[in-house]
Design a protein around this ligand. Structure first.
Ligand code: 5GP
Ligand code: MG
Ligand code: MG
Length: 181
């Protein structure tokens, strides 16, 4: 595994992200912060504790990678979503890749009557995106490689790693082998 961002770099990035979000919204008005599960799990826990405003916290689930490294059909599960009507909403995801996930989820939140909808991500992949939406708050720009750790998975593994790493081809194969066990 090739480490792209170590623990200290990640924490500094989350701190920067929180500062930017705080500056934009201010500390007074309540913010509805929604985690896009499961990839944003670790980032989300670190981020919300650094924000200054009162918060309503909720989750929504979206999956598109379907176990592999190629993007597949996007499935959304909003059964656990909290009320967003007339709220200022910030969607938090791990990474902006094609952009389809946040584009779709932003659309859904708007349709549910949110007063405003913005997006924050830890990582922004340097590539062409499939949508015109761009994330409002970004901690890091990264090259177009498949990364794991700090919440991001490959076949549901590696989310617990405290750093962000690029998964090499032989590790992708080894994970596939192990997942059959
Ligand atoms: P998008 O809809 O922007 O193409 O993809 C967003 C989702 O795809 C992310 O929430 C994440 O779950 C997954 N994804 C995109 N790129 C990567 C990557 O490099 N590594 C991992 N583990 N997941 C990724
Ligand atoms: Mg995701
Ligand atoms: Mg995934």
């Amino acid at each position: 595994m090739r480490i792209l961002l170590d623990e200290n770099q990640l924490q500094a990035g989350v701190e920067r992200l929180a500062t930017e979000i705080d500056r934009f919204y201010g500390a007074q008005r309540p913010l509805t912060v929604i985690a896009v599960m499961t990839g944003s799990l670790v980032l989300f826990a670190d981020l919300i504790r650094r924000l200054s405003m009162p918060q309503r916290v909720g989750v929504i689930q979206a999956s598109s990678y379907r176990g592999g490294t190629e993007s597949g059909k996007l499935e959304v599960n909003a059964n656990m979503l909290i009320d967003v009507k007339d709220r200022e909403v910030l969607l938090v995801d791990d990474i902006f890749d094609t952009g389809r996930t946040l584009d779709r989820l932003s659309g859904m939140i708007k349709e549910l009557g949110a007063k405003s909808t913005k997006t924050a991500v830890l990582l922004h992949k340097h590539r062409e995106h499939a949508v015109s939406l761009r994330p409002d708050f970004v901690a890091f720009e990264i090259p177009d490689e498949f990364v794991v750790g700090y919440g991001l998975d490959y076949m549901d593994m590696y989310r617990n790693l405290p750093y962000l790493a690029v998964l090499e081809t032989h590790e992708i194969e080894a994970t596939e082998h192990k997942s059959k066990q």
